[in-house]
Design a protein around this ligand. Sequence first.
Ligand SMILES: CC(C)(COP(=O)(O)OP(=O)(O)OC[C@H]1O[C@@H](n2cnc3c(N)ncnc32)[C@H](O)[C@@H]1OP(=O)(O)O)[C@@H](O)C(=O)NCCC(=O)NCCS
Length: 166
Amino acid sequence: MRPQFEPRRGSERMTIIKLFDNLTHREPVIALWEAIFGYETAHNSPGLVIDKKIAINDELFFVALLDAEVVGTTMAGYDGHRGWIYSVAVHPGHRKQGIGTSLVSHAERALIERGCVKINLQIAQGNESVAAFYSSLGYAEEKRVSMGKRIDENSSISSFSPDTNG
Ligand SMILES: CC(C)(COP(=O)(O)OP(=O)(O)OC[C@H]1O[C@@H](n2cnc3c(N)ncnc32)[C@H](O)[C@@H]1OP(=O)(O)O)[C@@H](O)C(=O)NCCC(=O)NCCS
């Protein structure tokens, strides 16, 4: 996808949504995620998440840039059946200016281009108020019981080498 240019409301400056680039975006993305999301488990460690995502090279990892500063992120995934959106985050100093909306819209377009017919996302317990954000983008709550299973042998940084898994 080509970079998307979105005007920020009330500002002459432009937010650009681009594909994540490990060389230039890795450190600021890790800092942003560490500041916004609490990481209690190794399998969600930002470095491991990034390494695993870039290893599959699906071009579904995006950053929002404001004058080259990373101010937001989102990841998506498509498995041929459903699309998923993850890691939507906007720097606290740049919220309520449409950047979160731009990131989700960009990820949606990338999923739609791949043929996706339904996009899902999960909101962690305790963060339910963010549902209003997703509702404003057309998402509706669905009654589901969300379950997961961690694969311990793949959940630590030492278990993963991008060179051998890429
Ligand atoms: C959720 C988040 C990404 C929104 O980013 P943002 O850039 O502020 O979003 P936008 O400016 O595009 O907001 C779009 C709409 O949603 C509303 N909105 C944004 N964040 C909201 C929140 N946390 N709760 C309720 N409504 C919210 C805005 O008011 C706006 O509505 P408006 O157009 O009528 O004013 C940002 O608050 C964030 O990073 N939160 C912490 C991380 C997080 O919880 N991510 C979601 C994980 S599931």
